[in-house]
Design a protein around this ligand. Sequence first.
Ligand code: UDX
Ligand code: ADP
Length: 471
Amino acid sequence: MAPVQVKKICCIGAGYVGGPTCAVIALKCPDITVTIVDLNQARINAWNSADFDLPIYEPGLEDVVRQARGRNLFFSTDVDKGIKEADLIFVSVNTPTKKAGVGAGFAADLNYVELATRRIAAIAESSKIVVEKSTVPCRTAESMRTILEANSKPNCKFQILSNPEFLAEGTAIQDLLSPDRVLIGSLQTPEGKDACASLADVYAHWVPKDRILTVGLWSSELSKLAANAMLAQRISSINALSAICEATGANIDEVAHAVGRDSRVGSKFLRASVGFGGSCFQKDILNLVYLSESLHLPEVAAYWRQVVEMNEYQKRRFSKRVVDTLFNTITGKRIAVLGFAFKADTGDTRESAAISLVRDFVAERALVNIYDPKVPHEQIWLDLAEAMPTTPSATIQKQVTLSPSALEACKNAEAVVIATEWKEFKTIDWETVYAGMNKPAFVFDGRMIVDVEKLRNIGFKVTVIGRGERL
Ligand code: UDX
Ligand code: ADP
């Protein structure tokens, strides 16, 4: 049997992964009809909104959706119709870390994947290729296969593929348009290889063939966890060194530059920061830790766990440095936190270091003004409530103010804390900020973006991550 030529794709899950990925597939494959389905009506309405007020912010995304929506890209809540009509189904639902039960705090909650898979089995009337796109622990594809085979109709044959997503938020469209690689994992049977070829043909519409890697199912699933774990490990390594820099007077920027110039190390992902965030790094490492423990490999588990622990330490260390520098107390002092997203160019706040900082400042009874150019205010309130479950919301609302601009946030503050590297924070009018602040006026740069000399000349007391006082 020759590989099926894919004509209709359904993507279950219209989130950060499914939305941009399938929008780009639709853009690049005008001969394929792509329908993205989601149970969340509000999300689908936003994807369909007349003024393109999309549910996620991603540079370049609106342009892609404008070109493809209504042509061969559709958004719908009719999950069953999407499943029925498709030759190939991407499963891009959320896989948060489990909050309760076995593996709580570590293992992925596969409930959404399971429900979506069961729905496919119940609804499908013909054979389909089912592609696991969510970040999932190893062997999830096997579970999906078991569910599909146990529940499907006699004439339906399912092939499961793993096709992990490597896009980073903020650069998702660029990453999708010219990926370093596309990874497709399949069973090494003739049918598995045919399904793999069908999906490879979809990507071959725009991705050079030598960048489409086909591997076994388990290698594919593990590669996603491994790639994220190794990227996060580089950040934790440089952050560990940043603590040594602060204690010695070395400069982490200079150290990272010198180390990164070794072509064996490379210069990317060596930027010290207030700590990594995002929906993937911590979750995927904890998955790896859980997997290692399940496989009776405690040393391996401990090794990877340390990457997350170092990240927690980095966040704690930074808020402690703020308190220490402000004469050991911030009670009643106003602190401006610039940036709430986990990185620039996204409105996403999942695991953002800013959440931990604000939680620590509120616990110290400081007054906190937060400004972020993209994060919706209701999201900030939700994140703070979740981060401080025992603090009454009235207390949080009393101590925290959401400001409409960076300048506004800094007014009457004792200190400015930069938590996200938004471009606009590089061009702040620091003279005006200084004039409006209480003195001495402090700046804490958790992202190494300010011109230290310039700020010191204005009069600020400046503290930068990874730099000791003896500059
Ligand atoms: C990551 C992976 O890069 C991507 O391949 C995978 O598919 C999903 O997870 P993402 O979380 O969107 O992507 O963003 P990324 O650019 O990797 O940044 C993650 C966090 O690390 C951010 O908080 C960022 O600020 C931080 N970071 C990144 C650093 O602190 N220093 C660096 O040098 C790089
Ligand atoms: P990710 O970052 O992995 O894309 P998101 O939370 O942004 O995660 O998106 C996942 C989407 O999947 C959500 O919009 C959610 O409503 C949707 N979803 C979860 N389960 C199902 C399901 N069984 N059927 C359809 N959509 C689902």
